[in-house]
Design a protein around this ligand. Structure first.
Ligand SMILES: *[C@@H]1O[C@H](CO)[C@@H](O)[C@H](O)[C@H]1NC(C)=O
Length: 238
C-alpha cells in the first residue's frame, strides 16, 4: 500500500515540475567543470546567486569571511578530499588532530542547494613535529576552514575557504588584529609561489575579486575588519 502511495507521489512530483526546469536541474547536476552559455568554463558559482554568502555562520548571524576560492578548474586531484589534504599540507597546514578538536564547527551556505553545511576541514599551520600532530592545535598561527561547492544546484567542485591568523590556544583561538587579511595572504603567497607534497608539485594563478565581500567588519565575527578582497586560485599540477 505504502509503495503505491510513494509511486503516486513520485509521478505527481515529476508531472508538477516543468520539463524545462527538469532539464536545468539535470544540467546543473552533471559536475564540474561546467560550460556556461557563452562557452566559457565555470570554476565556481557566486554563492549569492542562490541565497548563499561569502561569510560563514559562526554565532548568531556573524561569521568569518570566505576569502579564498579554489576554482573547480584546478588540478582534479586537489578537488578530492585526499588531494586537498595533500595540497594544503604542501602549503604548510596540517589537519587538526582528531579528538582534539575544539572551537565551534562553522556552517556555510555556498548557494549550491545544500543550504548551510558544516565545515569539512579545519587545518592549522604546522610548526614542529615536536608533540605528534597535536602541537599545532596549541600553537595558534595560521588556520583555515573549508567547504566544497558541490550541491546539485551549483556543482562546481570548488573549495571555499576561510583563512585567518590566530593567537595561540591560551587565548582560545582568537583572531589576531588584521587576522583575516593576514591569513588569506599567507595562503595565497604560498600557493602562487608554488609548493609540493611528496611527488606532486603545484602552482596557482590568482584573480583578486573585490565584489564578493563588503570591506569592513559588518557581519564579521570578532569585529575585526577585512579588506573585502577574495582570492580566486586556479591551481595547476606541474
Ligand atoms: C561533496 O564534497 C564533499 C567533500 O569532498 C564530499 O564529502 C561529499 O560526499 C560530496 N557530496 C556529493 C553529493 O558528491
Amino acid at each position: 500500500m505504502s509503495a503505491i502511495w510513494l509511486l503516486f507521489l513520485v509521478v505527481s512530483y515529476a508531472a508538477a515540475v516543468p520539463l524545462s526546469e527538469q532539464a536545468v536541474l539535470k544540467g546543473l547536476d552533471e559536475g564540474a567543470p561546467t560550460q556556461d552559455p557563452s562557452g566559457g568554463l565555470i570554476g565556481w558559482y557566486d554563492p549569492r546567486e542562490r541565497g548563499g554568502r561569502l561569510i560563514d555562520y559562526t554565532i548568531d548571524d556573524l561569521g568569518e569571511p570566505l576569502n579564498v576560492i579554489i576554482s573547480g578548474l584546478s588540478d582534479p586531484h586537489i578537488l578530492t578530499d585526499k588531494g586537498f589534504q595533500d595540497y594544503t599540507k604542501s602549503l604548510g597546514y596540517s589537519q587538526e588532530c582528531l579528538g582534539l578538536h575544539y572551537g565551534n564547527r562553522h556552517y556555510a551556505d555556498l548557494g549550491d542547494g545544500d543550504m548551510q553545511k558544516i565545515e569539512l576541514i579545519l587545518a592549522r599551520q604546522h610548526y614542529f613535529p615536536v608533540w605528534g600532530t597535536c602541537w599545532e592545535s596549541l600553537a595558534g598561527g595560521h588556520h583555515f576552514r573549508a567547504w566544497r561547492q558541490n550541491g546539485t544546484h551549483a556543482n562546481s567542485g570548488a573549495w571555499f575557504i576561510g583563512a585567518s591568523k590566530e593567537f595561540d590556544s591560551s587565548k582560545n583561538h582568537k583572531i589576531v588584529p588584521n587576522g583575516w587579511n593576514l591569513g588569506r595572504d599567507w595562503f595565497v603567497e604560498s600557493a602562487v609561489a608554488g609548493t609540493h607534497y611528496r611527488n606532486h608539485w603545484w602552482e596557482a594563478g590568482v584573480e583578486w575579486r573585490t565584489d564578493l565581500l563588503e570591506e569592513g567588519s559588518d557581519g564579521i565575527n570578532h569585529g575585526i575588519a577585512q579588506d573585502g578582497r577574495v582570492a580566486v586560485l586556479t591551481v595547476k599540477r606541474l
